[in-house]
Design a binder for this molecule. Structure first.
Ligand SMILES: Nc1c(NC[C@H](O)[C@H](O)[C@H](O)CO)[nH]c(=O)[nH]c1=O
Ligand SMILES: CC(=O)[C@@H](O)COP(=O)(O)O
Length: 166
């Protein structure tokens, strides 16, 4: 289902776990900051709305989305971080540069998540233009930052369920 068919900020909030004790890192890429700051605001406020505490949320900035992978690894390897949310916006340009970045970031964040066994959430917009980005950062299609925060919370709930033995 594409974003055009759903609002990214409409999600099931039933049965969300208690995350008042959980610690989150939010990484923000510094390219397209009008968009990435809106994503960060959405993610941060959503974490607070659903029970996370401000003192348990740390923010880190990276130069561009390509650097989200190493930033995510640094945070995920900390024993006092439970989940990482990576936020960026890679707008298609004249060349294939965006393709290389997007694939590297998607694969890199997945690798970090699997290596650390921690949720590392892909909150990176890959739009064709600025308007598509704005539409997904608090515009008509909602906010992928909200979605990324909910995804982190849900994955921590699954993690607790899986590791709660019979
Ligand atoms: N064009 C965009 C970039 N480019 C920069 C790269 O992410 C990276 O920082 C650089 O290649 C050095 O390693 N980054 C974005 O986040 N968004 C873009 O649209
Ligand atoms: C995704 C990018 O780095 C992009 O801004 C580069 O633009 P271009 O492909 O026109 O050089």
């Amino acid at each position: 289902m594409s974003s055009a068919d759903k609002n990214l900020s409409v999600f099931a909030t039933s049965e969300l776990p208690d995350v008042s004790h959980r610690r989150f890192a939010i990484l923000v890429a510094e390219w397209n900051t009008e968009v990435t700051e809106a994503l960060y605001k959405g993610a941060y406020q959503t974490l607070l709305q659903y029970g996370a505490k401000a003192e348990n949320i740390v923010r880190g900035n990276v130069p561009g989305s390509y650097e989200l992978t190493l930033g995510a690894q640094w945070f995920a390897l900390r024993d006092d971080i439970d989940a990482v949310i990576a936020l960026g916006c890679v707008i298609q340009g004249e060349t294939k540069h965006n393709d290389y970045i997007n694939h590297a970031v998607a694969q890199g964040l997945t690798t970090v998540s699997l290596k650390t066994s921690k949720p590392v959430i892909f909150g990176v917009l890959t739009p064709n233009d600025q308007q598509q980005a704005l539409d997904r950062a608090g515009g008509k299609h909602g906010n992928k930052g909200d979605e990324a925060a909910i995804t982190a919370i849900k994955m921590l709930g699954l993690q607790k369920q899986v590791y709660t033995k019979f």
